[in-house]
Design a protein around this ligand. Structure first.
Ligand code: 6PG
Length: 257
């Protein structure tokens, strides 16, 4: 598995993110007529959504998805959609019918949540059609290695068929959420995995260097066809120095085989 790793300060990472998403969006729209983009919640959304305002992307051709959502209405401060919207999405010329937030605020009771997950999955299957492909997913992760609302050792990690499931016991509050499963992460072409801070260094190393790791982050990284890590120096600090690969000194990019 080859990973591309870019290490830099927030400004350099934001520049790398914009450069990459502009290139991928243009090529994908030219080839397929649309660009299916998925966003996370958390600090990565806070850091990487605002710079999108200056990105040269044909936003009318973008289908926008979220990797997970907390069971709160979109205007709630805890909403992942709400976070991205307030961080700058509301200023982009998006086609409203192409913004597919996960409606996780409906019933919190488990049966209701399962229905909500099913409805979200049905809509997504209609959107993605017979050769489902998510062109580009921006992925955040926790210090425990969770991604979206897939937490280490949680039964949701074992789901093989369903794309979206309800979780009612997330260790990170709030407990009730909808989340993508690994079955859906397998449809991702490029995963841009971003993280900041030394508390994330150990799981970064596992995901980038341990092909056997069971952590959700490692499994999501392996599931995508291609992966790019965008890391600040503390988050990259546990990576093996000079491990297999080349350093592109202009941008601090390392390719690892
Ligand atoms: C959520 C997020 C979650 C987030 C990670 C990392 O709903 O909580 O989608 O998966 O991306 O917890 O969050 P931080 O980047 O804020 O640490």
């Amino acid at each position: 598995m080859e990973s591309e790793i870019v290490v830099g300060d927030r400004e350099q990472l934001a520049a790398a993110w914009i450069e990459r998403i502009e290139g991928e969006a243009a090529a994908t729209i030219a080839a397929r007529g649309r660009f299916v983009l998925a966003l996370p919640g958390g600090s990565v959304a806070e850091a990487f959504v605002p710079p999108l305002i200056r990105a040269r992307i044909d936003w009318r051709q973008v289908e926008l998805l979220w990797l997970d959502e907390r069971a709160v209405p979109p205007e709630d401060p805890a909403s992942n959609f709400g976070l991205a919207w307030r961080s700058g999405l509301s200023e982009l010329p998006l086609a409203p019918e192409r913004v597919h937030r996960l409606r996780a605020e409906a019933p919190l009771a488990l049966a209701g949540a399962a229905d909500t997950a099913e409805t979200a999955e049905r809509e997504l299957r209609e959107l993605l059609g017979s050769s489902p492909r998510i062109d580009f997913a921006l992925v955040g992760f926790g210090p425990d290695g969770h991604v979206a609302s897939l937490f280490p050792d949680h039964p949701a990690l074992r789901e093989r068929e369903r794309w979206i499931v309800a979780v009612d016991d997330a260790p990170k509050p709030p407990p009730a959420r909808l989340t993508w499963t690994l079955a859906l992460f397998r449809r991702v072409d490029l995963a841009v995995i971003a993280g900041f801070g030394a508390e994330k260094a150990a799981v970064v190393r596992a995901a980038a260097e341990d092909p056997e790791s069971d952590l959700p982050l490692a499994r999501v990284a392996r599931a995508a066809a291609r992966r790019l890590f965008l890391l600040d120096p503390p988050a990259a600090s546990a990576l093996a120095p000079g491990a297999a690969g080349r350093v592109d000194d202009s941008r601090g990019s390392i390719r690892k085989g």
